[in-house]
Ligand binder design. Sequence first.
Ligand SMILES: NC(=O)c1ccc[n+]([C@@H]2O[C@H](COP(=O)([O-])OP(=O)(O)OC[C@H]3O[C@@H](n4cnc5c(N)ncnc54)[C@H](O)[C@@H]3O)[C@@H](O)[C@H]2O)c1
Length: 253
Amino acid sequence: MANSIRRYEGRVVTVIGGGSGLGEGFANRFAREGASVAVLDLDATRGNAVAASLSSYGVAAMYSHVDVTDAESVVSGVDAVVERFGKLDVAVNSAGIGGGMHLLTEFPLEAWKQTIMVNLVGMFHCLRAEVPHMEANGGSIINIASMVGAVAHPLTSAYVASKHGVVGLTRSAALKWGHKQIRINAVGPTYVRTPLTVPAIPEEVWPELDAEHALGRCATIDDIAGVVAFLGSDDASIVTGAFYLADAGYTAR
Ligand SMILES: NC(=O)c1ccc[n+]([C@@H]2O[C@H](COP(=O)([O-])OP(=O)(O)OC[C@H]3O[C@@H](n4cnc5c(N)ncnc54)[C@H](O)[C@@H]3O)[C@@H](O)[C@H]2O)c1
C-alpha cells in the first residue's frame, strides 16, 4: 500500500515548483514517505504554505525562493537547502508554464521566448545548481517534462519545443553524471487537473480528453507522484536517462 511505504526516511528532497499543482503533490508524497522536504518556488505565499502544511507528516520542511529563469537565484535557493539539511539526495524540477495557444505564425514572440526560458533554460539552471551537491554521494534528479516531450500539438509549439528539449537535456545530463551515481530521468505526464490546466481547459472538454486515453481517464496528481517517488527511490537504482511516459496510454496509439 502506497500509504505505508516510507522509502525516504533520512533523505533530503527538493521540489522546485513545489508551491502548486503537481509539485505540491510531490512534496506531500515525499513527506508522507519520511523525507525532509524543501519547497522552492517563485510564489513565496504558496511555497511557504505548502512547506508549513508538511509538518502534519512529522517531517522537517522549508521554503526557499527561486526564479528558475535566474541562474543565481536557483543556486542560492538550492544552497540554502543544503545549508539547512546538510545534503541533497533527490531533486524534482517541476516549475513550468503553459505559454498559451497560438498558431506558430501568430505566436507572440515574447510569450514563445518566455516559455522556453522557464521550461527549458530554467531546467538547465536547476540541474546546474543541483548536480554539484550530489557529486560526492550520488543522487536522483527527476525532471518534469510532459507527454508532449514525445508527441506534439499544433497550437502549443513553445510548450512542445520546451518539453522535447527537457527530454534531450535529461538524457545528456544522465550520460555526463552517471559515473558519479547521479541518476537523471524525465517524466511525461498526460493532462492533470492543476491550477495550470483547469482554467485553460473548459470543464466540458475534460470528458473528451478522458476518452482519448487507453485507460479512459486523464491522470491525477497522485498518479504522477507515484511515478516520481519511484524514480527518486532505490527501487529505481538502475534507471537513468529514461523518459517515463505517465500518460494513461495516450501516446500508445
Ligand atoms: N498539469 C498538467 O496537465 C501537466 C501535464 C504535463 C506536464 N506538466 C508539467 O508539470 C509541471 C508542473 O505543472 P502544474 O500543472 O503543477 O502547474 P502549476 O501552475 O500548478 O505549478 C507550477 C509551479 O511552478 C512555479 N513557477 C512558475 N514559474 C516559475 C519560475 N520562473 N521560477 C520558479 N517557480 C516557477 C509556479 O509558481 C507554480 O507553483 C510543469 O512543468 C508542467 O509543464 C503539467
